[in-house]
Design a protein around this ligand. Structure first.
Ligand code: FES
Ligand SMILES: [Fe+2]
Length: 404
């Protein structure tokens, strides 16, 4: 902080603000851009891939995804390999995607199958490849891998999404900002993601400052501890309830983009049954995809449509009501397109955020050193055993007083 010797302080004395490019910049060739390109990222719900090509932006690259008539999913650079027409205006055909400009047809792997304006349909067409990325479909989401092929990891699986009772199913959601908001957040992905390891904000922003947006239980000030885990960071939040029981809420992040957080509107006991991925669309836009295990009878709903203010969801609130009862969207987008780290004053409650940043920066170094970063596994292994969830048990204090 700039302060004169007599204690006076003026914002005029602040140096120009800046952000940490290592935490925030996702373009190819940047340290974080290269780290993020070592992982699979969901970019669309599988249900969004129908007969039309879908424009998608991921890690600062404009792409077009499609499902060919034969069922193969392609993820292309948006610019056609011929002369750059935007393939979002292309047509999906049984064998692949046809560009609107001169009709070149590409299969899902980018091989050029037809060049209708060339002699014999394109004698040299085998020399052309439309730039494309590998794709996978899992948990109702389309994942793509945008990194070096020889480093392509296995697509991780999660035990809570693998073991389904006969009456359960997996659903995909792409609007799961904590207390609601539009699917795309106009802010940097890291400031959104580090919020997961900022559990202190729950009892202020979501409970005592705004109206109670989630469960009343979360309005209790918790005791919180953070721990480094093999895959990232976990927070353990203990809230003493009026009946003397402890409500224990565990939230995990897995590097670099995975959130495992029981939805705070539901405080039922048990493991967390939803997994979320933060997609850095580019340096100033973020989208959260979620796969949830739910009972089949549960009516279709979106996380963002859960009521958070006088029975209204974020979408039904007026601007005035959002000022009166702001939530995650207002707090995180309000930090700016890319938050200024130079102007922060981190405190003890930011221990989880600080730990997450340190681990992320350590992974950047691993990639620079040619070492696999956290959670990259080249071969299929067992599904990740989720630790996040809610438990209720007698507090140590209650147990003592009830002891014979
Ligand atoms: S630009 Fe696509 S076929 Fe010519
Ligand atoms: Fe929140």
């Amino acid at each position: 902080m700039v302060q004169h010797s007599d204690g006076r302080f003026s914002a005029y004395d602040l140096p120009p603000p800046s952000y940490d490019p290592l935490l925030t910049q996702v373009d190819k060739g940047t340290p974080a851009g290269e780290l993020l390109r070592r992982y699979w990222h969901p970019v669309l719900k599988a249900s969004e891939l129908d007969a039309e090509p879908r424009p998608v932006r991921a890690l600062g690259e404009d792409l077009v995804l499609f499902r060919s008539g034969h069922g193969e999913v392609g993820a292309f650079h948006a610019r056609c390999a011929h002369r750059g027409a935007d393939l979002r205006y292309g047509k999906v055909e049984p064998q692949g995607l046809r560009c609107c400009y001169h009709g070149w047809l590409f299969d899902a792997r980018g091989r050029c199958l037809e060049q209708p304006c060339e002699p014999d349909g394109g004698r040299l067409r085998d020399r052309v490849r439309q730039p494309s990325y590998p794709t996978r479909e899992l948990y109702g989401l389309i994942f793509i891998y945008m990194g070096p092929l020889d480093q392509m990891p296995a697509l991780p699986r999660y035990d809570v999404l693998e073991t389904l009772a006969p009456n359960q199913e997996i659903r995909a959601d792409d609007t799961s900002i904590g207390s609601g908001g539009p699917a795309i957040m106009p802010c940097n992905w890291f400031q959104a993601f580090e919020n997961v390891m900022d559990p202190y904000h729950v009892f202020v922003l979501h409970s005592t400052f705004s109206s109670v947006q989630f469960s009343e239980l979360l309005a209790v000030r918790p005791d919180i501890s953070f721990a480094k885990t093999p895959g990232g960071v976990a927070s353990t939040q203990v809230r003493r309830m009026r009946n003397g029981e402890d409500f224990v809420r565990v939230v995990e992040v897995l590097l670099p983009t995975v959130r495992i957080s029981p939805h705070p509107a539901f405080t039922t006991p048990g493991p967390c049954t939803n997994i979320s991925w933060y997609l850095p669309i580019d340096n100033t836009h973020t989208r959260i995809f979620t796969a949830l295990r739910v009972p089949k009878w549960l009516p279709k709903f979106k996380f963002s449509e859960i009521p958070v203010y006088e029975g209204k969801s974020w979408f039904d609130m007026t601007e005035e009501e959002r000022r009166r009862s702001p939530g995650d969207y207002e707090a995180q987008v309000g930090q700016g397109p890319v938050t200024f780290h130079s102007e922060e004053n981190l405190a003890t409650s930011d221990a989880g955020v600080a730990l997450l940043r340190r681990l992320f920066l350590a992974d950047l170094q691993r990639v620079r050193d040619g070492v696999a970063p956290t959670n990259v596994r080249l071969d299929d292994g067992p599904a990740y055993a989720v630790a996040a969830g809610h438990t209720f048990h007698p507090s140590a204090e209650t147990a003592r007083t009830q002891a014979p």
